[in-house]
Design a protein around this ligand. Sequence first.
Ligand code: PMT
Length: 309
Amino acid sequence: MAEAVDFFNKTSEPPGFQVKCDKINEFCRDHRTCRDIPIVLVTSGGTTVPLEGNTVRFIDNFSIGTRGSASAEYFLDQGYAVIFLHRARSLQPFARHLPQTHLLDILQIQPDGCLQVREEESQKIAKVVERYHSVMREGRLLLVDFTSLGDYLHLLRATSRILNPLGKRAILYLAAAVSDFYIPVDKMPEHKIQSSNGPLQLSLELVPKMLEALVKHWLQEAYIVSFKLETNPDLLIGKARQALNKYGHQLVIGNILTTRKHSVVMVTQNGEESIQLNSGEITAGVEIETKIVENIVTRYNKFCEEQSH
Ligand code: PMT
């Protein structure tokens, strides 16, 4: 825990931190007093690691938020409320169905000057827009963005603390790809690193695993799902089990970088369950997140039942 505190002392709060916290507070207050549905904090996308105070350069990772944004939609389909903590400009629920490039190609200007979506696309997009407006009207989706590792962890801690009074109604779904290395503010140059100084050698410090502080201090009664990403399949189950034993939370979802879109393994204290898409499902465009979320909902309902006995 001391390591986590140290990390927060060595990184700054993100821009607009208080405004974001106020919005999260308001969202949770509304749900605490007026509704009785679970609230899922879905984290999504990669974190940057800045190399300079006035950041020109940073280290990044591969994640574009497919897992998080798709899962958020499926949790909303289950009637849950979702706080979607995502990397700025990564995929978002609903908006992810719009073309990510060449957006203008689906738009046309009518003779009267009005803008219209091309007919081939309009039905599909209308459905997405309808779903989006419906969850927003119901106050079930809150979008909060981050960019750097520090931003993400400050917001994760703040949101967890806000969710804590909700007890087991809170679910954490930690799908963001979080950096394990960073440069503390006091060891970072303030201004752009000059190439005239020659080749660059970097020394990065280890980021403490926040799952420990999360499970033991920030959110004691919630249902917590973390992910384990590996590239070597031989390591996956062992590492997932190690995390479960160390942090004592409910579920680790293991995935391998190259097969993550059609295969995951759900690891709990009681065993392992594999979730796969078959070739027919892949061709039909089924997303594995629909099965992951259904599986979690069943597990979560059982968890709530057990907790109330
Ligand atoms: O966005 P996509 O392209 O769809 O990819 C989805 C995904 C592969 C990123 C996602 O499915 C996934 O595996 N996310 C977790 C990636 C990750 O950070 O794995 P890890 O093995 O490095 O960390 C394991 C867990 O520890 C994570 O849940 C993370 O939240 C947590 N962690 C990580 C670093 C840190 N300092 N503290 C932590 O608590």
